[in-house]
Design a protein around this ligand. Sequence first.
Ligand code: URA
Length: 442
Amino acid sequence: LRIPDIISKKRDGFELTKEEIEFFVSKVVDKSFEGAQLGAMLMAIYLKRLNDAETTCLTHAMTHSGRVLTWPDKWKGQIVDKHSTGGVGDKISLLLVPALAACGMKVPMISGRGLAHTGGTLDKLESIPGFCVHLNHQEMTDILETVGCFIAGQTDDIVPADKIMYASRDVTGTVSNHGLITGSIISKKAAESLDALVLDVKTGKAAVIQDEKSARELATQMVRAGNGLGIKTAALLTNMDAPIGNMIGNSLEVVEAIEGLHGQGREDLYELVESLGGRALFLCGRAEKVEEGCLMIKRVIHDGTADRKFCAMLKAQGVKPDLADSLCSKDANVRELLPKSKKTTKVLCPANGYIHDIDGLKCAEVTCRLGAGRTREGEKIKHGVGLELMKHIGDEAKEGEPWIIVHHNEDELPTHILNTLNHAVVVKSTPFTGIQSRLIDV
Ligand code: URA
């Protein structure tokens, strides 16, 4: 087999054999696929797609590109996780992972960095000084034993194929492809040897897959793939038009997540955390009904148990105990403890009336341009920059009042950022009466 032949075969729209897909993945991992070849191959897959058989082969080969984690038998039935296809302001994992651990589950989350315009949980967590996303198997097992949860990255040892392909997809315009997303997500989850998995499949203008029909097809494909691997898998199709919560950007989202763990979050944030967590608890039999699971998650957030788990996870993953305790204490000024931008600029409502739309995609593009995301592989990102919403859909707007605050490092806010934000908000004179939240079981 030759690398250029496989690239041309996919470019010309032919189905790849199992052997060819395994060869591709092995050559990605041993780095004989050079950057340009990998970009070309991903683009060929993006344009010509993978069928079900190819997607299954890819997922399998990616899972086995590194070690598949094993856990003590005594945890059988308790090992759960959640994964999202990527959102804007999506800090759900930061609340949900400790909440599930607080409900007695073991949560070995292998997560990712920013992907296209969407933020990455690892990048967010790395804005906490000392937080280490590189864990080996022994460290993972120890943290699950003592704390009950961790959030780590793919490594040279665990799903290395995803680590390499993910970074390349991020900067080559090849993210929104069903086969590649399924391979990426389900390989990570299969390598975690889960009992149950809940998927948050985003749909809407700020989602990776915007069209609802297509997002539903992706959700169905991933549920099938997860169940086919013996993981009890469910998916929720959730709306991703406007940003989730108040904050977009790495440290800003950590601030919001910690405030959420202190009981001061926005309702849209809690709705997602409880809905996804409730389904995860139901899938593994911890709750008899989804609703009961949702209530269990709500309880551990509001009684502070999830916050204490988060604090323990921070310490176990390298954050100095003093800092972790300060971040997680209820009266903490969390913002002062995390990286901040050099400047902030308020952007004002253009008219009197009511907010009818806030374009999550435009907000995400601005956040990336401020430096929170990458345009080249391995690029250093700015942890403190991003956006803070002061208004949400349905709120009354008064001309001259700020609707969003930009956290930036430039001395003056660049005009193109201001222009994009001015186009991101829609104010009308009539009250907003539409539906915002939509969660659909798949
Ligand atoms: N999350 C992942 O881990 N991979 C994708 O491809 C999309 C979201």
